[in-house]
Design a protein around this ligand. Sequence first.
Ligand code: NI
Length: 166
Amino acid sequence: MSVLKIESYPSDVLRKVAEPVKEIDDDIRRLVQDMIETMYHDDGVGLAAPQVGVSKRIMVVSPEAEPGTEQVYINLEIIHHEGAELGYEGCLSLPGVAAEVKRAQKIIFKALDISGNEIQVEAEDFFARVVQHEADHLEGKLLIDRVSFTERTDIIKQLNKQIMIG
Ligand code: NI
């Protein structure tokens, strides 16, 4: 396993709609293992494949931030949204940014697990938030697209400053 480089704003791959996975082969399994290692290494609770430069519909999540509790969702599709909740989010691709984002309180989604089994999962609260955040990455969306215009402008200014420095 290896820790992968995280793509950060304004990388183009973060803005692409990711492709469905056609077959879960050795390359995909290796990528997933590396994504899990990268997520824990960088103290994330979720990571989507576009964040490591691979435009495919794969995410790993660990809302408890505890190695061994991670879940792998491939070709995930949210089929039900319910309620709304505000909460702070950060993103490994937007270093230093935290913003309050409105998400559904509860979702139901379908996906394939790493063995290719079709699963249906009900998620609430923080777990639902993490999955919705990662699902956005698969659509080329970032949390800065989910805040007010003023807040977005401030965040982008701050990010551009970071880019100029380092
Ligand atoms: Ni993110």
